[in-house]
Design a protein around this ligand. Structure first.
Ligand code: COA
Length: 241
């Protein structure tokens, strides 16, 4: 069900994008960690008004929110909301959201790496992937991305993980930002570095496919030496013969 809501109802100062309210077809699930883990909420005072950044945001809450129509860097906004509801319901995945009023205007997703990728195939339980970060076009470049990263990595649970982000230039919104590949790479580097992630070299095929692609990594201070060693071995597989 999609109930359109006009832009003027909620966001009189933000042009071009409407807020879509709909009930996702995906059933919201409360993961067990929700009873033991605290959510953090930061309120940002911005030129675009008050914005709340929350993480982890529970599946039911995401389902009850609208989503800015401009949240379509990876898939249509309604489908993106469904994906967020789904990821927020995982036992080992979660979502950080940024909201203006009742609408999602930004998110970061975290989940275990896919089992068909090098990072997931190894079965390292302490490996977590920052799957995607997106900010609605009307709210970009006001430090929302940085604030979401800050909230995400202030969570003590992050110390238990090697967090990776595979940055492929073909996912970047070059048209929407008007930045070239290298300028965008600099934006992504600053954003990831703001939370302590660092660029690591690897011979993984997709990362190596273009010099602008990057693997960004942060090793939490409680990760077991075995998991760190296992991850280090994953970086260069060709050496193993
Ligand atoms: C990438 C993205 C998440 C950045 O979010 P954002 O909220 O605009 O970023 P911030 O405002 O926090 O800025 C982060 C840094 O990048 C810089 N930056 C952001 N947009 C910029 C722009 N258009 N031009 C130049 N610098 C820019 C900021 O100045 C800041 O640098 P600083 O920390 O040195 O001050 C956003 O552009 C986006 O949603 N893009 C589409 C989706 C995407 O490409 N995601 C990445 C792949 S998963």
């Amino acid at each position: 069900m999609i109930k359109g809501r006009t832009e003027g109802e909620l966001f009189s100062d933000v042009e071009n994008y409407a807020v879509k309210e709909f009930t996702a077809e995906v059933t919201p699930v409360t993961p067990a960690y929700a009873t033991t883990r605290f959510s953090t909420i930061q309120i940002m005072h911005t030129a675009k008004g008050l914005i709340s950044v929350e993480g982890p945001t529970l599946s039911e809450k995401i389902n009850s929110l609208g989503i800015d129509d401009g949240m379509k860097a990876f898939r249509p906004a309604w489908r993106q909301k469904e994906a967020l509801v789904e990821i927020a319901g995982l036992e080992d995945g979660w979502v950080v959201t940024a909201c203006r009023g009742e609408a999602i205007i930004g998110y970061i997703t975290f989940h275990p790496p896919g089992e068909f990728e090098r990072w997931g195939r190894a079965g390292i339980r302490e490996l977590l992937e920052l799957g995607a970060i997106e900010v609605a076009p009307g709210y970009r470049n006001i430090r929302l991305g940085r604030e979401m990263m800050k909230v995400a990595f202030a969570d003590p649970v992050m110390e238990n993980y090697v967090v990776i982000s595979t940055e492929y230039y073909w996912h970047w919104d070059l048209d929407g930002t008007g930045l070239n590949v290298w300028e965008y790479q600099a934006v992504m580097t600053r954003l990831m570095e703001s939370a302590g992630m660092v660029k690591r070299d690897t011979d993984e095929q997709e990362i190596s496919a273009h010099p602008a692609n990057m693997l960004m990594v942060r090793v939490g201070n409680k990760v077991s030496p075995e998991a760190v060693a296992g991850f280090e071995r994953l970086l260069f597989r060709k050496k193993e013969g």
